[in-house]
Design a protein around this ligand. Structure first.
Ligand SMILES: NC(=O)c1ccc[n+]([C@@H]2O[C@H](COP(=O)([O-])OP(=O)(O)OC[C@H]3O[C@@H](n4cnc5c(N)ncnc54)[C@H](O)[C@@H]3O)[C@@H](O)[C@H]2O)c1
Length: 328
């Protein structure tokens, strides 16, 4: 009989891993079997919270024959090591974004995942958010999509020097760590990007208070153009997302301050409000579990992780080069 529940091991019990542990316990098709963290106190806290085994070393999870998939929620530079080992042991993998910080590692992951034939999912959870799903449904009202402005600002960034999330070389800064969500959504809505020009201020240990912002102009294969901007700043008003999409026959607008989606089309105009009735993280995780149980394709896929990383890296290269054009 087909298996109806998959067993999960979580690697990394920090901010995200501990939240994912809770989500795993809320999904009918998943059961939490074990967790691990190099910081044993964190592993113990999460393990005790859900009454499961906890370990300091990921080997205990990777070698456990009862675990079907591992959720990789370690800091980004450690993803590659764990993902490759998990694939080699035949574990399915759900990985936090960004996949890695460079394309060489992304290629090595692709090789391991393909060779071992395991299922792989990227945690681009905005694809399960009501807003991004609804806008995708409404794209035909634009006619031919021409232009987009997308904004995402975290104004509560408070990391200090020494924190891995304040070091460009470890977290990838705003562009690779966080803007990558918008880059994935742009691809999901409008297809492949072909070139970028970026400007901004990259996280730097030289700043008295680390901060980071990026403005990227992106051209897509279809000639669609987007300006995607945002940052990790320390004061002000956060904007989870603002979108302004323009097409030959309509316009779609949303900003998370007014929480109103406005559609202006040649057939008339209307407004909608909505909210996530369930965590997008939880919904995406459930979809991934179902894709394993039913042995079917899942998106956001490994390729989605690699393509969005390519765009993010090209933007960073452009910023470093003073805003020049980067072909992806
Ligand atoms: N999808 C999202 O919206 C989202 C949001 C925030 C962070 N993230 C991503 O999630 C990942 C984790 O971020 P976080 O904020 O939870 O970080 P965190 O620092 O809060 O937690 C990471 C945990 O991993 C542990 N760890 C480090 N190396 C390990 C190893 N080799 N084996 C086991 N545990 C190890 C650390 O001790 C820590 O507890 C990052 O890739 C980050 O970019 C995704």
């Amino acid at each position: 009989m087909q298996k109806r529940k998959v067993s999960v091991g979580i690697i990394g019990c920090g901010r995200m891993g501990s939240a994912h542990a809770y989500n795993v316990t809320q999904i009918p098709e998943t059961e939490l079997t074990a967790v691990c963290d190099v910081d044993i106190d964190r592993a113990k806290k999460t393990g005790d919270d859900y009454g499961v085994e906890f370990y300091q070393n990921e080997e205990a999870i990777l070698n456990n024959p009862h675990i079907d998939f591992v959720f990789v929620a370690t800091p980004t530079p450690y993803h590659v090591h764990t993902v490759i080992k998990a694939a080699q042991r035949g574990k399915h993998i759900f990985c936090e974004k960004p996949l890695t910080l460079n394309l060489e590692e992304a290629k090595a992951i692709k090789e391991a995942v393909t060779t071992n034939g395991v299922h792989f999912g990227m945690n681009f959870m905005r694809r399960q958010s009501w807003l991004e799903k609804r806008i995708r449904e409404l794209l035909p009202t634009l006619g031919e999509p021409k232009m987009c402005q997308a904004v995402n600002i975290n104004a509560g960034y408070c990391r200090q020097k020494g924190d891995w999330f304040a070091d460009m070389n470890i977290c990838g800064g705003y562009t690779i760590d966080t803007m990558i969500h918008l880059l994935d959504i742009m691809r999901w809505w409008f297809g492949e990007a072909i070139s970028v020009c970026g400007n901004g201020l990259l996280l730097s240990p030289g700043l008295p208070e680390p901060m980071d912002y990026t403005v990227a102009n992106i051209t897509f294969r279809s000639n669609f153009v987007a300006t995607v901007s945002g940052g990790w700043i320390r004061r002000g008003l956060s904007i989870d997302e603002a979108y302004y999409l323009i097409g030959t026959e309509g316009t779609i607008c949303y900003d998370s301050l007014s929480k109103t989606l406005r559609v202006f089309s040649k057939d008339g105009s209307f407004e909608e409000t909505g909210e996530n009735t369930e965590s997008p993280h939880l919904r995406l995780l459930r979809e991934f579990a179902l894709s394993i149980i039913e042995d079917r394709e899942f998106a956001p896929s490994l390729n989605d992780g690699i393509e969005s990383l390519k765009t993010a890296l090209a933007i960073v290269d452009s910023i470093k080069g003073g805003g020049g054009l980067q072909i992806i």
